[in-house]
Design a protein around this ligand. Structure first.
Ligand code: B12
Length: 497
């Protein structure tokens, strides 16, 4: 069997980092881990090719080569996925679809021969047995969750490392919390399922042996969902593993209660984690009650963020406006919160209800759903009838984003971050290609941001401020300047509010 695995194209979004990636000549931020994982679940004698449309073009000759196309994706890739499916239909190649987009919306797709939904560790197996018997069904789904201790390592050889800014691994699935707008528990459940540390070290060993030297994203929804096993098993194993490794750092996603555990913070930093994404959502307690995000209640979240930064991890934050309890004053509160915490990468979106979430059900019952979920949480649209008048909400949102990503506010946040953040030593990988790549990025940033860009005044101010006050953080400051450029362009071109 010849199988073509296809990852559809992402539109240009805040999360794509497209305008930042150009500085380091990378094509995408991270690889399609779902497809790399299912590749390892397919029979060993099948021939596999992967086209990630974010890094290369899908050509008709690829479709003609294949007996079957396996397509994955998230909601945000919906349009590109539809185009791929119709191209497959024209070429007469069978289509097998799975992943979050299809698991939540398969009813809306035609032209797919087999939907293999939920976790492939369960459903793909059944499909392969039926296929071998000549009786494959059109839909495979399950309400059970897989034991990921049997999940094989991703098949890295299908991608070219040079195309990506970071690599990705996954230690756990599920999240113990109950935030009503989040798709994760609907897709992956509340019970934390963990791989063993032996499995993780084997995955990391493979990446390292294949030459990867750089950031690795633990794509867990909440890395600290099972703190005791993490502290007892994985983190000590990572600390030992990383001792003789060069150029490796980790980043991940976690809940704010990370700040409550100094030992955990210490261990994570010692293991090489230097960045964490946290769903902060809103400083308004009534909103946190409304969406059942209880873990963020009754705490000083500004102090929590600073604790994490001072321990040695940069914090990226997810924020939401458009809750029923938001008032026009919320926007200023949120702006102050983000500025004071130095969360440079602040992803602020208008509340949307993804299909399958408790929020979706709640809005459906209340007759407050108006259109499809766009899948892009930072484009200024929503699929619900908000309590605040939509024009007012969009106007305030626009105003907030314009301020947040204006060079004045953004660069000020970067300075707050650099003052708080305890930068860690990373054993450098003196690879001439990497040194050249960094030099080129520095020179392009000097030209694009320091000479041609609207941000030029703030760029040079940060440049010299860092050299004098925080010289060890110089390359980080340039990285943030480049991110800021991407966010500014996105803000000017992408938000429809
Ligand atoms: C890593 C990640 C990202 C990375 C993407 C990197 C990349 N190249 O894909 C980044 C940070 C860029 C990202 C961004 C966003 N993401 Co995201 N992301 C994730 C995350 C945390 C992990 C995905 C992953 O790699 N999982 C590991 C692999 C092994 O799992 P998997 O892909 O699900 O694959 C399994 C099955 O789905 C199935 N499968 C998958 N594909 C296929 C294909 C076939 C043919 C078959 C048979 C089976 C199959 O088998 C696999 C093994 O079980 C998930 C949450 C999660 N835990 O899955 C959210 C998630 C996928 N993201 C989500 C969203 C909404 C977004 C954003 C819109 C912003 C946001 N709010 O988070 C942006 C949009 C992207 C953009 N460019 O604008 C949602 C998607 C919901 C949906 N219905 O589509 C998820 C589920 C999180 C959530 N809170 O709901 N994301």
């Amino acid at each position: 069997m010849r199988i073509l695995l296809i990852y559809p194209e992402f539109p240009d979004t805040f999360w794509s980092f497209k305008h930042a990636l150009k500085f380091i000549r990378k094509k995408a931020s991270s690889p399609p881990l779902g497809l790399l994982t299912i590749a390892s679940l397919l029979p060993g004698d099948w021939q596999l090719k992967l086209i990630d449309m974010n890094v290369s073009h899908l050509k008709d000759k690829h479709l003609l080569w294949a007996d079957m196309v396996f397509i994955s994706g998230m909601t945000i890739q919906r349009d590109s996925a539809r185009q791929v499916i119709s191209r497959c239909n024209v070429s007469g190649v069978a289509v097998v679809a799975g992943g979050p987009l299809f698991t939540t919306e398969y009813r809306d797709f035609s032209g797919v021969d087999h939907f293999i939904l939920n976790e492939a560790e369960i459903t793909l197996k059944e499909f392969l047995v039926d296929l071998a018997n000549g009786t494959p069904r059109s839909i495979y789904k399950t309400a059970s969750f897989a034991n990921i201790q049997n999940t094989p390592s991703p098949m890295w050889k299908l991608i070219n490392f040079n195309d990506y800014a970071t690599m990705a691994v996954q230690y756990s699935r599920g999240c113990p919390f109950n935030c009503d707008f989040c798709n994760v528990t609907a897709l992956l459940g509340h019970r934390m399922r963990l791989k063993t540390s032996t499995q993780m070290i084997a995955e990391l060993d493979q990446l390292y042996a294949m030459g990867w030297r750089g950031g690795i994203f633990f794509v867990d929804d909440n890395l600290i969902g099972n703190k005791s096993t993490l502290k007892r098993e994985l983190l000590p194993a990572l600390i030992t593993w990383r001792k003789d490794k060069k150029g490796i750092t980790f980043n991940t996603e976690a809940s704010i209660n990370l700040a409550d555990d100094p030992d955990l913070l210490h261990q994570m930093v010692a293991a090489g984690f230097n960045q964490v994404f946290i769903g902060i959502e809103t400083p308004v307690s009534e909103n946190l009650e409304e969406c059942s995000k209880r873990q963020n209640l009754n705490r000083d979240m500004v102090a929590d963020v600073k604790k994490i930064q001072r321990a040695g991890m940069q914090v990226q934050g997810g924020f939401i406006v458009g809750f029923d309890n938001d008032t026009p004053s919320t926007f200023k509160r949120l702006l102050d919160f983000i500025q004071n915490t130095g969360i440079a990468t602040a992803m602020v979106g208008i509340l949307q209800a993804p299909i399958g979430t408790l929020l979706y059900e709640r809005m459906q019952k209340a007759g407050r759903l108006i259109k499809d979920f766009s899948g892009d949480n930072v484009n200024g649209t929503t699929n619900i009838i908000t309590r605040m008048q939509i024009d007012v909400l969009k106007d305030r949102y626009r105003g907030l984003m314009d301020k947040l990503y204006s060079p004045e506010y953004y660069y000020q946040r970067v300075k707050v971050l650099l003052c708080e953040y305890a930068i860690q030593n990373v054993k450098l990988d003196f690879n001439p290609q990497k040194i050249w790549q960094n030099l080129r990025a520095l020179v392009s940033s000097m030209l694009k941001l320091g000479v041609l860009g609207k941000e030029r005044k703030y760029y040079w101010d940060l440049f010299f401020w860092t050299l004098v006050r925080k010289p060890r953080a110089f390359s980080l400051a340039i990285t943030y300047a480049i991110y800021g450029y991407h966010f500014r362009i996105m803000n000017e071109t992408h938000i429809t509010a």
